[in-house]
Design a protein around this ligand. Sequence first.
Ligand code: PLP
Length: 348
Amino acid sequence: GRAAWASAGVPDPAPTAKVRIGANECWTGPLAPGAAAAAAMIPFGNRYAPHDERGDFIKAVMSVEKVPYDHVAPWPGSSDPLSRSVVTFCSPTRGLVTADPTFELAGRTAEWLKVPVKRVPLKADFSHDVKAMLAADPNAGLYYICTPNNPTGTITPLADIEWLVANKPAGSIVLIDEAYTHFAGVPTASYLAAADKDVIVMRTFSKIFGMAGMRMGYIMARPDIIGKMMRYDGGMQSGALPLPSLACATASLTALDLIAARRSEMQEARGLALEHLRKRGLKAVPTEANMFMVDWKTVPAAKMQQAFRTQSVEIGRSWPIWPTISRITVGSAEEMKAFCEALDKVWT
Ligand code: PLP
């Protein structure tokens, strides 16, 4: 996504594209109650905490996820806690194990810290191969599970995650990144955090909640795990967060009907695109989230990305392990129609 462009010093081409389906953002903005709550907070922006907005947020998480108050830590987005968990639980002698392909941020942070990284290919069903992940480094500090996985949109069964938690080495953590969980609507791993296991369950408001630029997220974990991650400040010791974002997140979390409606809207738009791909004889990885991967057979994915740019459609990138496969984010139905039309122009 965006960070990759920024770090490469390359201007992000997406803002000029008419259809932006490259960065796994939501096709639309915050849920209506969230947007209203955010706007109402602006006049109180002179205070770090006009009332107890942070507490209200945590209570909303408690009501939805059934975790205790002290097991929740809000953050401005999930990138920081993701990197911070690597900083906290990995070292040159306690490595990181991730899947391949998966979201690369943990791996990048680990390499920067000279932490050994093992990348374990997904299984044939595109779930994480938890047994191979443990075997790859039986003494790792952190095992990273992204479910639904970015970029495949595939789910790793909770039974597999439970197996890893039960069999991993002492002193290690299983980090379960559920950035896309609302798009799948499946049971989550939050009960493992509530049960005081060696886990961090991570969420963001950047996806179904349409708040990528507003920066909100949180983790669920045992208080001692959260405490270790807070040992250096980074501006978080005070607990202050951007108030409009906090209020928006609080009001959005409990809007369960609106979340479900957005999930259905996504599924319908995704269905349109997948059906078109099938008709055109192109294979897609079976997905449960707001992204799908298209196999261009012998054509490099980077070349297809360039071709779509000529149609003002910004699709996603590929991962080194699968150089002919592109990740496409599910946009609105209209955007998916535009994607199909562009496809018919560039794939002849
Ligand atoms: N985790 C996954 C799996 C993601 O795909 C992303 C963003 O694309 C993030 C975490 C970080 O997003 P944010 O910092 O916006 O919460």
